[in-house]
Design a protein around this ligand. Structure first.
Ligand code: SAH
Length: 583
């Protein structure tokens, strides 16, 4: 809930605008004496927006501050609604994000002063996984550009960090090199370390260490009726502690359906702040486990509850049992580890203009530790990448290698973005990449504005009725196939957009394709030629089938040929939708 406080009429108008945008389910207006409003909002809400001077807000809040982890995020807005200031709780309290939101609604400028945000660096307290340890000291080292090491065992997808990968020495030479480095470190002190692991390790004395806990563990539990929550909890905690496993890496408790409302288990899950997942007994009975037994078979119909449920919830066949079943008087517990899953985002960058790159694409680029793409596309977005992003760019023609590299990096557990211009699924990298990818990685697609749409918006409304895109590149598709499709489009009177229409070495295909279309539509059929849509050198022309000069067409161009109903109206290409009121 976002609590809103105002002291003046202008402030109250601001609150009303925010309330209109957010609705009563998300926001609440506090009315009355300002001090009381601020105190109540701070007490009762997750976020506070105060239309007050920062000074006044600081004075009112000072006595209320408790801890960064629990205090609400606070944003202040000035009387003229020019600035939305993230005053308190930038990360943990969500004030930085809220300032952006408030600014978007009010047309104000967000003011964010958190150091990592100001330099667009990934903050250790905003990783997708919990971080514990010397967060402030290691963050400072990252910001100062000091050497920080990143040790990932194993790798889980993380956003980029300007850190040096930890190397496990393999060859004798590497051993010697590392020994030498360690001697140096003994003199100079060890560099701060970010350590991604679900194991509870002791930091090296004197080395600032942040432990990042991947979502890798599931605890399977069984319990007799009436088993107390304290007993279940103690058993779970004991199992983790003895095996040296971090509680923050536990994502779920798992058990059999029959125990879905067993109080001790439900309360233990709630206490640990994790979800409770349950499975039918028959499903659990099919899981191979090291310690089956008769008691659960008789009670609930499966020879294993704790081990089988832990393994199932941790991914089944790919899961590893790290703590076999252990028992207390009324409960059982076992711990399984999930295999990490890398993440491949296939991101369309749009036709070129920055404001045609979607916010979702920008967010995926910031979240990716590895960006793979054609060098000229990477150049288009390099400024959006966060410090520490590993960029793997290659030149034209290396499609297969790019697809392989992206998938291999995701398989190694990284957060990868494979980028392409326009939409990355249209004559681009999505299909070769996904043809390579097995189901051991997560894949997300971010659509982009494809060239045909960017060009259509420049030309008018040429795609108002049924249309196709056809690539005239016969590098990977035999010309006969292309020609057959052009002919089919011609016969069915579809509007056609040609991609890859003409290059220096491929100059006869476009005239040939236009000739095929001309067999079925008149010489005055409108044709739109758009070069570099949305880019600084954009050039567009609306002409006709008969008048088109193919010499104006190159590889950064799309050519859209109207159908028999397409007309030129006020210089714009218009293909009627077919509404009867509009003959
Ligand atoms: N994935 C891209 C298409 C890649 S094929 C997309 O969805 O847009 C490359 C072809 O796209 C080029 O030969 C050209 O025909 C077309 N193209 C890409 N960007 C363009 C732009 N900004 N303006 C005009 N045509 C463009």
């Amino acid at each position: 809930m976002i609590g809103m406080v105002a002291a003046t009429a202008a402030g109250r108008r601001g609150c009303e605008r925010l309330a209109a945008a957010w609705g009563p389910a998300r926001s609440r207006l506090y009315v009355g004496p300002v001090r009381q409003c601020v105190e109540s909002a701070f007490e009762e809400c997750d976020h506070v927006v105060a239309f007050l001077a920062t000074g006044a807000t600081v004075r009112l809040l000072a006595p209320l501050l408790a801890a960064k982890e629990t205090d609400p995020g606070v944003v202040t807005v000035d009387e003229a609604h020019r600035y939305a200031v993230a005053l308190l709780g930038g990360h943990a309290g969500g004030a930085n994000a809220l300032a952006e939101e408030v600014a978007a609604v009010l047309g104000a400028e967000p003011v964010v002063t958190t150091a990592t945000d100001a330099v667009s660096m990934t903050a250790l307290d905003t990783l997708p996984y919990p971080a514990e340890g010397e967060v402030a000291a290691v963050t400072r080292a990252l910001l100062d550009g000091d050497t920080v090491q990143l040790r990932a065992e194993p790798q889980w997808p993380l956003p980029p960090l300007p850190a040096e990968p930890w190397r496990t020495p393999g060859t004798a030479a590497e051993h010697r090199e590392q020994e030498h480095e360690q001697e140096q470190e003994q003199e100079q002190g060890r560099p701060p370390l970010v350590w991604l692991t679900d194991e509870t390790r002791d930091p090296h004395p004197g080395q600032d260490t942040v432990f990042v806990r991947p979502p890798s563990l599931v605890v399977g539990v069984g319990a007799s009726r009436g088993a107390p929550a304290a007993e279940v909890l103690a058993l779970v905690r004991g199992a983790l502690a003895e095996a040296g496993l971090a509680g923050k890496s536990v994502t779920a408790l798992a058990t059999v359906d029959a125990k879905a409302s067993e109080e001790g288990i439900v309360a233990a899950a709630a206490h640990l702040g994790v979800e409770l997942r349950t499975y039918p007994a028959q499903e659990l009975a099919r899981v191979a486990v090291p310690n089956p037994s008769r008691a659960p078979l008789e009670a609930v119909g499966t020879p294993s509850v704790a081990e089988a449920a832990a393994l199932l919830a941790a991914g089944g066949a790919t899961a590893e049992l790290v703590v076999p079943k252990r028992k207390s008087a009324m409960a059982t517990a076992a711990v399984a580890r999930r295999r990490p899953r890398g993440r491949l985002a296939v991101v369309g960058l749009g036709p070129g203009a920055r404001d045609l790159l979607t916010p979702r694409a920008a967010a995926e680029l910031r979240a990716a530790a590895v960006v793979v793409g054609l060098d000229q596309y990477v150049a288009q977005i390099r400024d959006l990448l966060r410090p520490g992003t590993r960029v793997l760019e290659s030149g034209l023609g290396a499609e297969e290698e790019r697809a392989r590299t992206a998938v291999a990096e995701a398989r190694a557990g990284h957060a990868v973005a494979l980028v392409g211009s326009g939409d990355a699924g249209v004559y681009a990298m999505a299909s070769p990449a996904l043809a390579e990818a097995a189901d051991d990685i997560d894949v997300v697609g971010v659509p982009g504005v494809t060239a045909a749409l960017a060009a259509a918006a420049v030309l008018g409304a040429p795609l108002g009725h049924d249309h196709v895109s056809i690539s005239l590149s016969d590098l990977h598709t035999p010309w006969e196939v292309i020609e057959r499709r052009v002919r089919a489009a011609a016969e069915s009177d579809l509007v056609v957009t040609f991609y890859n229409p003409r290059s220096r070495g491929r100059d006869w295909q476009l005239p040939k394709a236009l000739a095929v279309l001309a067999e079925h539509r008149g010489p005055l059929t409108p044709v739109g030629v758009v070069h570099a849509a949305s880019r600084p050198d954009e050039r567009a022309e609306v002409t006709t089938l008969a008048a088109l000069d193919v010499a104006t067409v190159d590889m950064v161009t799309v050519v859209t040929v109207g159908n028999s109903a397409t007309r030129i109206v006020a210089g714009r290409m218009v293909t009627p939708r077919g509404y009867r009121w509009q003959r």
